[in-house]
Design a protein around this ligand. Structure first.
Ligand code: DGY
Length: 316
């Protein structure tokens, strides 16, 4: 049976999947759609990246396909409903990347608040001529209010990090999670309250019909002028044009972004703004986590293709 792997993985997947014929694209750039379409036609299993569009058109043309293991926790790149109709199992990589991704959100929050990147650039440019009382004054995190848009596994792990800074944690999601509230001390609020009360808003939500363009100019107008926006969820949750306006007009103070509305394209004006940190979608990028994600994808393939069993991390 043939397994297509669309990018090079930091894991010895060839040894691990030695019982299968591998169509291993050992490159570190996203596979073009046409190539994915062609190579997918004969595959029984695909290990896909979050940048691979696994849509109806593609799934219709993969007669042998039994399983898609997405190398990410988010799966908005896959038409799961159509895969379900076709009896194709879709898996993602939950749990193994939770703490790593929460850490990245925290790193972005503290870095934008304390102007770490700006200050590093200043030092590298040879501009540090001596200690000064007003040099790179930032914003404290301690005892501030952090608002989470999304409160799943990663959101809850992030909330645990915030507790160390004695932050007030509020959150908004579609469904309230009472057990997680007890464990983290987070308080459920309406979306408007989240916008109005938060000193930091952190988007840790999946992309779906509910979250798409949730943050537009109307939302930014309701935020404090002193607040920061962090997005490690999915780019299209934020209308990027409106974010640029909000940053330029001082509706909010800054933003830390790991994801973009038209990824990998980034709004050109964001590059000119000092009050923004721009990361290349590295939420889960630690050596250990990326290896565990690869192993989990490979295990999902084995489980379906070799043992005919749906793994625990199946989405359908
Ligand atoms: C995912 O896995 O969906 C995240 O975007 C990790 O960065």
């Amino acid at each position: 049976m043939k397994v297509l792997i669309t990018q090079k993985l930091p894991f010895n997947v060839e040894e691990y999947l030695k019982d299968f014929e591998l169509d291993y694209r050992k490159e570190s750039t996203p596979i073009p759609y046409e190539e994915l379409y062609e190579r997918g036609k004969s595959a029984h299993g695909i290990i896909s990246m979050l940048s691979d569009k696994i849509d109806k058109n593609l799934l219709e043309n993969c007669p042998n396909l039994k399983v898609v293991a997405n190398y990410a926790v988010g799966y908005n790149n896959i038409d799961v409903a159509f895969a379900t109709q076709k009896g194709i199992v879709v898996c993602n990589t939950p749990d193994v990347l939770t703490e790593t991704t929460a850490e990245l959100a925290f790193a972005l929050m503290i870095s934008i608040a304390r102007r770490i990147v700006e200050a590093d650039n200043f030092t590298r440019e040879g501009k540090f001529t001596g200690w000064s009382p007003e040099l790179y004054l930032g914003t404290d995190l301690f005892k501030k209010t952090v608002g989470l848009y999304g409160f799943g596994r990663i959101g809850q792990a992030f909330a645990r990090c915030c507790k160390g800074f004695e932050m007030d944690i509020i959150y908004h999601t579609r469904n309230r999670n009472l057990q997680a509230e007890i464990l983290t001390g987070a308080k459920y609020v309406s979306f408007d309250e989240l916008l109005e009360k938060s000193d930091f808003i952190v988007i840790i939500a999946p992309l779906n019909d509910e979250s798409y363009h949730k943050f537009t100019i109307n939302a930014f107008k309701k935020m404090k002028n002193s607040a920061y926006l962090i997005n490690i969820g999915r780019g299209p949750i934020v209308k990027e044009d409106d974010l640029v306006t909000a940053l330029k007009e001082g509706l909010i103070k800054g933003a830390g972004l790991d994801v973009y509305e038209f990824e990998p394209k980034i709004h050109p004006e964001l590059f000119n703004l000092k009050n923004v940190i721009l990361l290349p979608h590295i939420g889960s990028a630690s050596v250990k986590t990326r290896a565990e994600m690869a192993k989990l994808c490979a295990d999902s393939i084995i489980s379906v293709l070799k043992f005919g069993k749906k793994p625990k991390n199946a989405l359908n």
